[in-house]
Design a binder for this molecule. Structure first.
Ligand SMILES: NC(=O)c1ccc[n+]([C@@H]2O[C@H](COP(=O)([O-])OP(=O)(O)OC[C@H]3O[C@@H](n4cnc5c(N)ncnc54)[C@H](O)[C@@H]3O)[C@@H](O)[C@H]2O)c1
Length: 470
């Protein structure tokens, strides 16, 4: 089934109308901010909200994209119980050979390799013996690969951002609904120790009513973006013409879960501003040799993009993106409610004096002092919030997770997804999350292009965002 058969005729017309910069965003020609969020196209299948996986005793797994991220995901999957690695794919044969060798080194049968060009992933997806395909390729490949995996009968785990344009977001939703397969966003940051601790506290009412969050992807990638390998081969190009928040999901995913987005609330609108675009130029002028062709490139993306998102319940979220300034890494991960405020980097919390959940009176500090939140405090402070609210996934998996990437959250994410498949559970994250958390890339570009005009989020759930989930 081609992409087009999944779209309504009106949707095809809408896409054909797009030209120029608007086309690049999947927006209608001459779009105003409000037109950036067209009404949902007619549903082609039933919702995937709350749909459990069929039970899988073993999870037959394949990986598309054996680069930096894919290799790390594969390593995690080799440690997650119940996974059989059946196939690996990359356009670079050496990367496939390396992935195959890693599987064999772990004492498993050699997976089949797919290396015959840009579209060999389609052959992998047609095998018919796969339960789960991870997609860890450059952004422009995520949607065609996820669609092929779903149409081939597997569930898809798609790296971030799962889609680049709004049109692509709808394609993921429509394909997941039509094929009855889940398209799970691989947002590992939702499984960090701090993020899951905060989520548990939110659910226990520690924050009272939520009002505001601040989150970001702030990561100095300048050196990486100019390398002649890995992300240096494609990620810098995204800065040539696009100007907005190119990588929204690491910050926004955890906040969306705190705020029950798609589970009682939804992202409704966004305004966005970008700072001047200077960081990449200054860096390459300093770091690259005279005559290097990269010195002639020009970049459109503002160094710092700041977007402000409002939810249907009126909550506000500041969402930032900066990968080209000299700054320490941060996703900010700040959450405010009527009874407490949490902020990360480093993790800390402030309780209102009236907060009944504060561990003891001394934790409701007077004045403006934060209380430190420390994973290692668990041993010495048995009634501290670190013990009371640690997520059961971390209590169970901490030792194994510690060996994995990004402080362990990568392993927790993959372990949990495989657990959902093996036990026939509803996945934590679904295609509506993939769409709603990826959409700010296109929406921020649209808002920035129109002097920060407000743009509306599409409702990818088609009206089903209000239902609470178990
Ligand atoms: N969740 C995280 O923490 C995290 C971290 C890093 C990267 N990522 C995401 O993972 C994805 C991959 O990033 P990366 O750092 O591994 O980049 P990378 O460039 O190291 O790897 C991408 C791989 O995809 C392969 N590829 C490209 N086109 C292909 C095709 N048509 N068929 C098969 N293979 C193809 C490339 O050869 C390369 O090996 C990106 O979406 C990125 O945003 C996520």
């Amino acid at each position: 089934m081609s992409d087009d058969t999944l779209r309504s005729p009106s949707r095809r017309r809408w896409i054909r109308a797009a030209t120029g910069a608007a086309a690049a965003l999947g927006l209608p020609r001459g779009s105003t901010a409000q037109q950036a969020s067209p009404a949902a196209p007619p549903r082609r299948g039933a919702t995937m909200i709350g749909v459990p996986f069929a039970k899988h005793e073993r999870v037959r797994f394949a990986l598309v994209g054996c680069g930096g991220r894919g290799s790390s995901l594969l390593d995690d999957m080799l440690h997650v119980p119940g996974v059989e690695v059946k196939a690996v794919c990359d356009i670079v044969p050496e990367k496939v050979a390396k992935a195959q060798a890693a599987v064999e080194k772990a004492g498993r049968p050699k997976p089949e390799g797919y290396t015959k060009g840009d579209h060999d992933f389609e052959n992998l997806c047609r095998r018919g013996d796969l339960d789960l395909v991870y997609v860890a390729t450059p952004w422009n490949w995520h949607v065609p690969m996820a669609v092929a995996a779903l149409q081939g009968g597997a569930h898809a785990g798609v790296e971030v951002p799962s889609a680049v344009t709004l049109d692509e977001c709808w394609t993921l939703v429509d394909t997941s609904e039509a094929t009855r397969r889940h398209c799970v966003i691989l947002e590992n940051c939702c499984y960090g120790w701090s993020e899951l601790l905060v989520l548990q506290m939110v659910r226990a009412g520690v924050f009272g009513d939520l009002t505001h969050a601040e989150c970001a992807y702030i990561h100095d990638l300048r050196s990486l973006l100019f390398q002649d390998e890995g992300e240096g081969l494609w990620r810098r190009f995204e800065h040539f013409k696009r100007n907005g928040n190119l990588y929204p999901t690491h910050g926004l995913g955890p906040v969306a879960l705190y705020m029950d987005v798609n589970r009682g609330d939804r992202f409704e609108r966004l305004v966005s501003m970008s700072s001047p675009s200077l960081g990449l130029q200054r860096y390459r002028d300093r770091a690259l040799a005279a005559g290097d062709p990269k010195r002639t490139e020009s970049y459109a993306c503002g160094d710092m993009n700041t977007s402000l998102v409002q939810t249907a319940k009126g909550r506000t979220v500041v969402l930032q993106h900066d990968v080209v300034s000299p700054r320490p890494y941060s996703r900010i991960n700040m959450l405010s409610g009527t009874l407490a405020t949490f902020a990360d980097y480093p993790p800390r919390i402030f309780f209102d004096a009236s907060n009944p959940h504060a561990p003891r009176p001394r934790d409701t500090k007077s004045g403006h002092q934060w209380r430190k939140v420390e994973q290692k405090r668990k041993k010495r402070d048995k009634d501290g919030i670190e013990n009371r609210f640690e997520h059961p996934l971390w209590t169970r998996l901490e030792r194994d997770a510690k060996k994995s990437g990004h402080g362990g959250m990568d392993y927790v994410m993959s372990w949990r997804l495989v657990q959902c498949l093996r036990e026939g559970l509803v996945p934590d994250l679904d295609v509506y999350d993939a769409a709603a958390w990826s959409a700010p890339a296109a929406l921020s570009e649209a808002s920035v292009a129109q002097k920060s005009a407000p743009v509306e989020f599409p409702d990818f759930t088609r009206g089903q965002w209000q239902a609470k989930r178990a």
